[in-house]
Design a protein around this ligand. Structure first.
Ligand SMILES: C[S@@+](CC[C@H](N)C(=O)[O-])C[C@H]1O[C@@H](n2cnc3c(N)ncnc32)[C@H](O)[C@@H]1O
Length: 433
């Protein structure tokens, strides 16, 4: 099983009990676990981390015990977010990429840095918390997993920035992540517990500092949004987990208000149930793949970012002939496009709407003045390649299930969804008329 599928299905407690004698003690005769017993819940977390990630964990009894599948799913999403927005444009894991992440409020477990590092050897983390006891345990978990060189814990305090890049001496990072305190007050927490008609799903051993923050999770993430406006591209992806559907709505609306144009949302599904969401935003122009940015079946369309993929079908019999037709269309335009037959994929960049009537007329005039090859050299020499492209795209070709060739255009770079839409429309019109 690939590690991405590790927790796709419900956990098999009986199988885990066979592999972990310490957990076996807590397995009930019906093959289930007593989730109201904090010791059983803690052992489940420890046994999963050991079996699936070779990680050792020590936890106090009076702090949160993280459910592993949910935390792992968040890490997987961050991996995908980075992999599909890297400047190699491969959309795949680059094992040589050095990545630095910040875990805001790492908790006693330090679970995100531990799992993140176990999965990706080139990842490093800074991990903050305002709670001294959490940090004491986090330090010990870092050192007993031999991660002292890769994970740096920092004590912060409530009034300090949540993303304190200057204070922790980091010029820039690739991402930050956070599982913020959920409730807005202790009363809110007690009310929520009392309102549950059945026993809580899992024993909650969280201390107030972990569960409660003024304004709840929305206020916490709003602080991150405000800080991100100042930090800008010093962090490529700002992300947070959210525990309430209504919080996702508020946060996406606030991102709109802050004029963020590049964001991503994802359902964190455990087994068959959605319990949490993740939201990420970037001030940069690299666009994540559709599955990463719109990875949700629970949110309405108006909360989702503009689709980064557009698919249509050509009445062509082979991928090669479609590729030639596309090459010819794009070669006539003032843009860079490279097709790689072995991958049946092309990558292109345009500095603006170079397919408009006016731009094509200008290009045709230029072409008549110089031969195509000389023109290409001339373009490379005059520095147009240095201009930041307004649009980056990939074109994937494949045989469609119903015959014909499937053309999938993926938006890989740019801030202007109208430009991407216009490019897709132009290509589709030319290829399907
Ligand atoms: C819900 S817990 C998450 C713990 C851990 N990351 C996890 O996912 O299991 C929230 C954490 O944020 C910490 N925290 C609360 N306010 C904070 C702040 N202003 N800055 C940094 N950490 C904070 C808490 O002490 C706690 O460890």
């Amino acid at each position: 099983m690939s590690s991405k599928d590790l927790y796709k299905d419900e956990l098999d407690f009986a199988a885990l009990a066979l592999q972990s004698p310490a957990f076996n003690k807590f397995l009930k005769s019906n093959g289930q676990v007593d989730f109201s017993n904090p010791e059983a819940v803690q052992q489940l977390t420890k046994s999963l981390l050991e079996r699936d990630f070779k990680l050792k964990l020590e936890l106090p009894n009076d702090r949160l015990c993280p459910p592993v599948p949910n935390r792992f799913n968040y890490i997987l999403w961050i991996q995908d977010l980075l992999d599909t927005t890297s400047d190699s444009y491969t959309d795949t894991y680059d094992p040589n990429r050095d990545v630095v992440g910040l875990d805001i409020g790492t908790g006693a477990s330090c679970i995100y840095p531990l799992i993140g590092c176990s999965q990706r050897p080139k990842w490093r983390f800074a991990a903050t918390d305002i709670d001294e006891k959490n940090l004491t345990y986090a330090r010990s978990n870092i050192s007993q997993n031999n991660l002292k060189l890769r994970v740096r814990p920092y004590q912060t305090n409530y009034n300090e920035p949540l993303i304190p890049l200057d204070a922790i001496h980091l010029e820039s990072i690739d991402f930050c992540m956070c599982n913020p305190p959920f409730y807005s007050s202790t009363a809110d927490l007690l009310l929520s517990a009392a309102a549950k008609s059945r026993p809580p799903h899992s024993a909650c051993t969280g201390a107030d500092v972990e569960m409660v923050t003024s304004g709840g999770e929305v206020a916490f993430v709003n602080r991150m949004i405000a800080e991100s406006r100042v930090l800008g591209n010093r962090c490529q992806w700002y992300t947070s987990m959210l525990g309430k559907y209504s919080s996702v709505e508020s946060i996406v609306e606030n991102l709109h208000a802050a004029e963020v144009h590049n964001w991503a949302v994802k359902d964190l599904v455990q087994g068959t149930k959605t319990r949490r969401w993740t939201v990420g935003w970037s001030w940069g122009s690299m666009r994540p793949s559709q599955a990463v940015a719109r990875g949700t079946s629970t949110l309405p369309k108006h909360l989702l970012p503009f689709p980064s993929e557009y698919t249509f079908y050509m009445n062509d019999s082979t991928v090669d002939s479609s590729a030639r037709t596309i090459n010819n269309i794009l070669r006539a335009l003032d843009l860079n496009y490279q097709y790689r037959p072995t991958l049946a994929t092309g990558l292109g960049f345009a500095t603006g709407n170079v397919w408009s009537r006016a731009a094509r007329r200008k290009q045709a005039q230029k072409s008549s003045e110089a031969s195509a090859s000389l023109q290409y050299e001339h373009e490379s020499d005059d520095g147009t390649d240095d201009i930041e492209p307004a649009l980056g795209f990939k074109i994937h070709l494949g045989l469609g299930d119903m015959g014909g060739v499937e053309v999938m255009i993926r938006w890989v770079k740019g801030m202007d969804s109208v430009l991407f839409e216009s490019f897709c429309g132009m290509l589709k019109r030319q290829l399907t008329r």
